[in-house]
Design a protein around this ligand. Structure first.
Ligand code: COA
Ligand code: AMP
Length: 639
């Protein structure tokens, strides 16, 4: 693994597709197993595949115990840097192991066993990482819900995951306000038909929560009191194919999809990627500015750096405003960060506040070797700005919650490749990327189509959707038989570089956060005055996309003047209360009608094109084309 040579990428990639057994068996050497893998791939249930069947391990052991045993006990494992609370804390591998083993013991005392689900609803505090790893230690399955999601989203996840225990914090801290989590959790549990047996609440001093004061069917327990009496728990042996976690992601409908990650393939792929893609080894300091509630946080704040024996920075702050656009540079300088990872939108925010990069001069960022960006398209302007200001390679990488690690990247550890602005470079090992037309035929270099990946997907990618194999097959594997449909469109150029243009479906990407049109529409549709509605994502300079709502009011409801103003305000508020402020829906327009096909399908793509100032594609099946004329002035930029 990892030797740098001019052909290293090509050799590795070719081997991963022609002889995956040999390639992934070698990569599996980066992980310590309880039962070594004998079989690499099980295709008996194709199109569902399982990696390393028969092998056993414990992911938490590989992330913590192993490093302590091998002499890394005193090395920092996690640095919590929190400008929003004005605190910093360094936790060594030995310290983190002690916390995790104790919390695992606490969970076990509540009856949590291998295979049980635990929902984690927490901000960027070390205890969120502790809770995740404690589940891994017990073989329990964590499901982390992003703290910016409001009750309806949280309830949908609890309903689907059916957790035995929920672990929450009393609050999260945004620069503008303290966000109380407990009332949102209470509201979510009231809505959900599934109730957990216990709710553990970590009290934060910025807003302590009322714990155990309501009459509930479940027990509410204070985190500190629980761990005070707990005995540390040992690692539980699990199959490589057993689930490590379920992470819900947004589709086009309001029902989130529970991406199931296994233990074995995940550990192998993340360990491989950390060294070969991100060029991070044991002892290196690595900083991912994302959130543990997203896949980037799962993979590259928590699991990959710890599986590697690196030091991970857990940053509870923003790229700007905490206190200024030099925040990332301070973190890099103070902790000696070798490489950082975030979303392009964060760099656009920094560029907006400090276009000349003057704050860079206040910090010594000479430790920084590379910046990795993912979560949305890295536009060439942002790429040029960041690379010229920082003077280090700025590396795009493309992937999804489903895949868990990059589909396409510039493998900096394996073989750094020339960067082309606008391209996340080349497919990573195991990903046989194809560009297909609507009929599923492969398109030649340079032509844009749907990006699909020939099955099987490599280790580390989703095993299935939680409790719903059929939904996985229907949603991802049926459009192009033999392929996984990514939902993104793009092309491959003559040099084999991939260019990703964006989603071909109605999934929204707002500031690198993946959101569902369906959830936001459900929140709008719940307003008493709304007859029907649509949400579309329109281009935004800072956040990449912003949602816009269009509503048709019920007959007889006055949507003009002040009455209309009030309805629009209520609609914006409803989305904040139901989906969460992260949806960033600010603009809702009241319109007379929505464009639809004759079968009643709302033409979101056509509206999106009008709103982005492009020529709209109008399907022949449109019911009433004149609706588009009335919408033009509302949707068009400046309209
Ligand atoms: N908990 C509660 N609320 C949250 C939240 C959280 N974890 N995260 C965001 N919010 C709220 C914000 O407070 C804000 O509320 P407001 O409307 O009352 O101001 C709203 O959700 C939108 O937040 P945000 O997306 O952070 O937008 P912003 O305009 O405040 O800041 C950026 C813009 C670019 C600085 C910000 O979007 C950012 O840091 N992006 C990086 C995203 C990222 O790391 N994505 C992960 C994928 S790799
Ligand atoms: P998520 O599952 O939240 O990580 O979102 C995945 C989606 O974000 C992808 O399907 C893409 O649409 C988009 N995305 C992520 N990374 C990139 C990238 N580097 N370039 C273009 N789009 C990206």
């Amino acid at each position: 693994m990892g030797a740098m040579s001019t052909d290293a990428y090509r050799t590795a990639y070719a081997q991963s597709l022609e002889d995956p057994e040999t390639f992934w068996r070698a990569a599996a050497g980066g992980i310590e197993w309880l039962t070594e893998p004998t079989t690499v791939l099980d295709d008996a249930f194709a199109p569902l595949y399982r990696w390393f069947p028969g092998a056993t391990l414990n992911t938490c052991f590989n992330a913590l115990d192993r490093h302590v045993r091998d002499g890394r006990g005193d090395q920092p494992a996690l640095i919590h840097d929190s400008p929003v609370t004005g605190t910093k804390e360094t936790i060594t591998y030995a310290g983190l192991l002690a916390c995790v083993a104790t919390f695992a013991g606490a969970l076990a005392s509540l009856g949590v066993e291998k295979g049980d689900r635990v929902v984690v609803y927490m901000p960027m505090v070390p205890e969120a990482v502790v809770a995740m790893l404690a589940c891994a230690r017990l073989g329990a399955i964590h499901s982390v819900v992003f703290g910016g999601f409001a009750p309806a989203e949280l309830a949908a996840r609890i309903e689907d995951a059916q957790p035995k225990v929920v672990v929450a914090a009393s609050c999260g801290i945004e620069p503008s306000r303290v966000v109380e989590y407990k009332p949102m959790l209470d509201a979510a549990l009231d809505r959900s038909s599934h109730k957990p047996e216990s709710v553990i609440v970590l009290q934060r001093e910025q807003a302590r929560a009322a714990v155990g004061e309501r009459d509930t069917d479940w027990e509410e327990i204070d985190w500190d009191e629980l761990v005070a009496d707990a005995e540390p728990a040992e690692c539980v042996e699990v199959a490589a194919t057993d689930p490590l976690y379920v992470l819900y992601t947004s589709g086009t409908t309001g029902r989130p999809k529970g991406i199931v990650r296994d233990n074995g393939g995940h550990a192998v792929a993340l360990r491989w990627s950390m060294q070969n893609v991100y060029d991070i080894g044991p002892g290196d300091v690595w900083f991912t500015a994302s959130d543990v509630g997203w896949v980037v946080g799962h993979s590259y704040i928590v699991y990959a750096p710890l599986l590697t024996g690196a030091t991970t920075v857990l940053y509870e702050g923003k790229p700007v405003g905490t206190p200024d656009a030099g925040a990332f540079w301070r973190v890099i300088a103070e902790h000696g960060v070798k490489a950082m990872f975030t979303a392009p939108t964060a760099y656009r925010a920094i560029k907006r506040d400090d276009p000349r990069g003057e704050l860079l001069r206040e910090h010594d960022i000479s430790s920084l070797e590379t910046v990795f960006l993912a979560g949305e398209r890295l536009d060439p302007d942002t790429y040029e700005w960041a690379s010229s200001k920082l003077g280090v390679p700025v590396v795009d990488n493309w992937w999804q919650t489903e895949t868990g690690w990059p589909i396409a990247a510039n493998p900096r550890g394996l073989e750094p490749m020339p960067i082309k602005a606008g391209s996340p470079t080349v497919p990573m090992p195991g990903y046989a990327v194809s560009i297909l037309d609507e009929t599923g035929a492969e398109l030649p270099a340079g032509e844009e189509g749907a990006i699909a990946i020939r099955l099987p997907l490599p280790p580390g990618t989703l095993a299935t959707l939680w409790g719903d194999d059929q939904r996985y097959v229907d949603g991802y594997l049926s459009t192009y038989p033999g392929f996984y449909a990514t939902g993104d469109g793009g092309l491959v150029d003559e040099d084999g570089y991939l260019f990703v243009m964006g989603r071909t479906d109605d999934v929204l990407n707002v500031a690198g956060h993946r959101l569902s049109t369906g959830s936001i529409e459900a929140a709008l549709a719940g307003h008493l005055d709304v007859a029907e509605c649509a949400v579309i994502g329109v281009a935004d300079e800072l956040k990449g996309q912003l949602p816009r709502g269009l509503v048709v009011l019920k007959g007889g409801v006055d949507g003009s003047g002040e009455a209309g103003e009030r309805i629009r305000r209520e609609l914006v508020q409803r989305v904040r209360d139901e989906v969460g402020a992260v949806a960033a829906l600010r603009q809702v327009d009241i319109v007379a009608a929505l464009p639809k096909t004759r079968s009643g399908k709302i033409l979101r793509k056509t509206m999106r094109e009008i709103a982005d100032g492009r020529t709209p594609t109008v399907p022949g099946t449109i019911e009433d084309a004149s609706v588009l004329d009335t919408l033009g002035p509302v949707l068009r930029p400046g309209g």
